[in-house]
Design a protein. Structure first.
Length: 411
C-alpha cells in the first residue's frame, strides 16, 4: 500500500480519524487537486448544485472521495414565492410546489412522510451522493411536533435506505453508501443543556444509521452556543458510537475538531446558516454575482479584516508581517480576486484542520491553546475585533464531558 493511501483521510467520517468535509461552493475554481487528502476525505454541496456543478462531483467520486448532497428540504418551509424555492430546488423530487410546510403544526401524515423520504433519497442518489442525509427542518420550538416529525423522517429514511439496499456501491464504484440523520438546531436551543441532552438521547436511539450531520442555524456563535453544539456532537458520538459532522458554526469549527468531533464541514459560503434566508440571492448558484469572499488568515484564526477598502490596510499588514506559504499568491501580499482568495482559504483552512484534527485530543487542544493566545495578540495589535469566544468555551465544555465520562464531576 502506498504512503498516499495509508495516510489518506477516509471517504466517510470516522470516529477514530477526525477529518474536514470540504464545502467548495459553486463553480469556485477548486478541483479535487485543491484538497489535502490527508485531512479531506469528502466534499459536500447542496443537491441543487448536482446538475449545474456536476464536474467536481464526478471528479470527487472518481478520486474515491465521499460526496454529501443535502436536499435541504427545509426550503419547503419558506413561502412559495421565496427566491430560495426557485431555481434548482424546483427541479428536485422533494420540492413541494403547492405547499408551505409547517413541521411544527401537527404530526405529519404517514403517506406524506413516506413520500417525502422516498423523493429526498431519490434526488440524492441521482446526484451521486455517497453520504445520504435524512430530511430536516428548522424548528421554532424544540421537542415538539417539528422535532418529532424529523425523527419520524429519520426512522422512515433508515427503513427505506435498507429496503432499497441503497448502501450498496453505485454501479462502477467502490465503497458502500451511508445514511446520516440531519439535525438542524437553532443557536438559542443549542445553548440549553436540557434540550441538547434530549436531542442526543432521541437521535442516539435511532437504528440503522451511520452517523449524524448537525447544522447550526441562526447562531451568533456565542461561547455558550458553540459549547452546546460541541456537547451535542460528542454526546451523540458517545451514546451511539457513530461519527458526527458539525457544519455552519463558523471559524470555531476548528475548536470542535481539536476537542474530538469526528468531522466538521467548512468552506465557501458554508460557514453559517440563517433562517429564513435572505431573499437577495436566487440560489447558491448565484453567489458569484455580488457576494464578497472574506480572506482567512491563520494568525488571527479568522477573517483578515472586513471586506473591501475598510480591511485592505489590515490585510496588507498581516500578510507582510506574517507571510503565507499557500502558493496561490505572493507570500507577503494578500490574495486578490475571488479565485485567488478561495484557493488561499482552501489551503490554509485545511492546514489548520490538519493541525487540530490529526493527533490525540490532548495534543490538538494544547496546539489550539497556543494559537488562540497568538490570535488574541495579533487581533489586539491590528485593532481587530476579539476572537470568537467559542475557541475557548468549546475546549472547556469538552473537558467537562470527559470528566463526566470518567466519573468525575457532574454534567
Amino acid at each position: 500500500m502506498s504512503d498516499a493511501a495509508t495516510f489518506a483521510a477516509p471517504r466517510h467520517p470516522r470516529r477514530d480519524r477526525r477529518t474536514l468535509v470540504a464545502w467548495p461552493g459553486y463553480h469556485s475554481g477548486l478541483t479535487v487537486k485543491s484538497f489535502d487528502r490527508r485531512v479531506v476525505g469528502a466534499i459536500a454541496k447542496p443537491l441543487t448544485h448536482a446538475s449545474r456543478d456536476s464536474k467536481l462531483i464526478a471528479a470527487a467520486l472518481e478520486a474515491g472521495m465521499g460526496v454529501a448532497l443535502p436536499g435541504q428540504t427545509w426550503r419547503n418551509q419558506l413561502p412559495r414565492n421565496h427566491p430560495k424555492r426557485q431555481g434548482g430546488f424546483c427541479d428536485l423530487p422533494a420540492h413541494r410546489p403547492t405547499l408551505q410546510v409547517d413541521p411544527g403544526a401537527a404530526t405529519f401524515r404517514t403517506a406524506f412522510a413516506e413520500r417525502l423520504v422516498a423523493d429526498d433519497l431519490d434526488g440524492q442518489l441521482a446526484g451521486g451522493a455517497t453520504i445520504l442525509m435524512t430530511a430536516g427542518h428548522v424548528h421554532e420550538a424544540e421537542v415538539g411536533f417539528g422535532r418529532q416529525n424529523d425523527l419520524l423522517l429519520a426512522r422512515l429514511a433508515a427503513e427505506e435506505f435498507l429496503d432499497r439496499r441503497a448502501f450498496a456501491p453505485a454501479p462502477g464504484r467502490d465503497g458502500r453508501r451511508e445514511l446520516y440523520a440531519t439535525l438542524l438546531v437553532q443557536g438559542r436551543h443549542a445553548s440549553d443543556p436540557s434540550i441538547v441532552d434530549w436531542l442526543a438521547r432521541a437521535y442516539a436511539d435511532l437504528e440503522n444509521l451511520d452517523g449524524y450531520w448537525i447544522v447550526a442555524v441562526n447562531t451568533h456563535r456565542s461561547g455558550k452556543q458553540l459549547a452546546g453544539y460541541l456537547r451535542l456532537a460528542l454526546q451523540l458520538e458517545a451514546m451511539s458510537e457513530r461519527p458526527t459532522v458539525t457544519s455552519c458554526v463558523g471559524d470555531p469549527h476548528l475548536a470542535l475538531l481539536a476537542s474530538g468531533v469526528a468531522a466538521t464541514c467548512a468552506g465557501l459560503h458554508g460557514m453559517s446558516f440563517k433562517f429564513p434566508p435572505d431573499e437577495l440571492a436566487l440560489d447558491e448558484g448565484d453567489d458569484e454575482a455580488g457576494f464578497g469572499v472574506h480572506t482567512y488568515h491563520p494568525g488571527v484564526l479568522g477573517n483578515a479584516g472586513p471586506l473591501g477598502p475598510a480591511g485592505d490596510a489590515i490585510r496588507a499588514a498581516l500578510f507582510k508581517n506574517r507571510p503565507c506559504a499557500c502558493g496561490h499568491h505572493d507570500p507577503v501580499r494578500a490574495p486578490a480576486g475571488r479565485r485567488e482568495i478561495v484557493a488561499h482559504n482552501c489551503f490554509v483552512v485545511q492546514s489548520d484542520a490538519w493541525e487540530f484534527g490529526t493527533a490525540h485530543v490532548e495534543i490538538t487542544e494544547s496546539r489550539l491553546h497556543l494559537r488562540v493566545a497568538e490570535a488574541r495578540r495579533n487581533r489586539q495589535f491590528y485593532g481587530m475585533p476579539r476572537l470568537h469566544p467559542g475557541f475557548v468555551t468549546v475546549g472547556a465544555a469538552a473537558a467537562r464531558l470527559r470528566q463526566v465520562e470518567s466519573g468525575i464531576g457532574e454534567s
